[in-house]
Ligand binder design. Structure first.
Ligand SMILES: C[S@@+](CC[C@H](N)C(=O)[O-])C[C@H]1O[C@@H](n2cnc3c(N)ncnc32)[C@H](O)[C@@H]1O
Length: 175
């Protein structure tokens, strides 16, 4: 899977995803947490319209990219940490988890509970994942505790034809 990290963060994929998803409404004016952002480029287009954007990533290798991004986006913050150990007093209007839940060492119930504790009422969870048993369990829990408001395939058209990977993106609202 290593190569897909980089392809997914490359300019054409970022462009495709930000245009195909039309997720601007979940970012505009909001306090956003993105978990496992890798190089941090995926939603760069939206950084300027957020109130504050926090990248949470355990791999220090990407810190240099975040420092570079911060020069362009003063409202960008980052923490080098895993989601398991992340503590934050504040809460978020939007939490973004793209292709990351499989990497987090928490059972689906605890993962779901932690997301809930970090998300404001009326806030959004944007979650992209593939179809493993554990991931499906996680999505079942999301369906039970949150309202599913959007479901999209990650790639369509030529992107799907390239067969980079098969994933779906869901948007949930906390009511
Ligand atoms: C498959 S990549 C997805 C990257 C990016 N979200 C995307 O969609 O292109 C998984 C990312 O999650 C990060 N990660 C791994 N374990 C994590 C954890 N426990 N908490 C948060 N992020 C984690 C990895 O370092 C990597 O950047």
């Amino acid at each position: 899977m290593k190569h897909t990290h980089y392809i997914r963060q490359s300019y054409p994929f970022r462009w495709y995803r930000t245009h195909a998803y039309d997720f601007e409404k979940y970012f505009a004016g909001r306090n956003v947490l993105e978990v496992g952002p890798n190089k941090g480029f995926l939603f760069e287009k939206y950084y300027p319209i957020t109130q504050r954007y926090t990248l949470l990533e355990p791999n220090r290798h990407f810190e240099k990219d975040y420092v570079r991004l911060q020069k362009r986006h003063p409202n960008l913050h980052y923490e080098i940490n895993g989601f398991e150990a992340f503590r934050d007093d504040g809460s978020f209007d939007t939490i973004v988890m793209m292709a990351v839940i499989a990497h987090i060492r928490m059972d689906p119930e605890s993962l779901c509970g932690k997301i809930d504790s970090l998300l404001n009422k009326g806030g959004f969870l944007i979650i992209e994942t593939n179809n493993t048993k554990r991931n499906r369990r996680m999505l079942d829990l999301c369906d039970r505790h949150l309202e599913r408001i959007e479901a999209k395939t990650s790639y369509n058209g030529i992107m799907k034809w390239l067969k980079i990977d098969y994933r779906e993106v869901f948007v949930y609202r906390k009511n």
